[in-house]
Design a protein. Sequence first.
Length: 306
Amino acid sequence: MTTRKNKLFFLKIISLFSVVRGYNIPIIILAQYLSAIFILSPEKRALEVILDFNLFIIVLSSSITIASGYIINNFYDSKKDIINRPNKSMLDRFVSQKTKLSVYFILNFIATILLFFVSWRAVLFFSVYIFSIWFYSHKIKKVVVIGNLMAAIMAILPFFAILLYYKNLYEVIFGHASFLFLLLLVREMIKDLENIKGDLANGYNTIPILYGETTAKKIITLLTILTLFPIYILIDIFDVGYMDIYFYSCLIILIFLLLKLWKSETKADYLFLHNTLKFLIVTGVFSIILIDPSVILNGKKLLTLY
């Protein structure tokens, strides 16, 4: 009996880890710290940034808030995920809906309390962020186009928390943000193609459902072409150091992605495209180091125009 209880407890822990997408949280933490070190405060030594207590609280609160966001999103998408992600849905159901809501409120409470150590502005920013995630999951997600836009915005907002903390509004930051936003938006559009059966069964209004897959592919193609503008700005106008290798590689992979997109017809095809974009985003996080590896030891002055 004890062994069975231990096994059930272990399954619930794994299930909760799946619900909060614990595998994404370390990547988000790393992305925030690397952004702070190499883009937002490159004049400081890396150790100085890492030991900044207020930054630590902001990053920790961001991670907790994002985890709670995954929970509330999973809560509202439980019926849709049975169709779109049957294997993950079976694992997620080891944790009851009631438990998910309890953990959701506890995590948001912890994040809010922690942020009082930083400032009331931080509390206000994340309170709005928490509400926005809930509103998106409950209402906006089913609204055509606006749902996609808001999903991409929600994904990059934690980085603006760090931006506001450092109070740095350098143009190069918006170049990086624009590129990431477009990649995230393309990913959201591809997810709509991937999840069309579940969305249709649960009353979600997406572009593939309302206007057809061909129209969705045309919009994805346009958004992918638009990524050329931030790539050009970052490579030719700003000094991004060796990170230009990453952007040139992105161009090649995005061309391949578009060719594959127009040949895609099955869920497996769209899942491959989705994972390719996730690979680009995650690789981009690690590639931030290529801007100037010397920052880790010495720090340097802010990136400027040529």
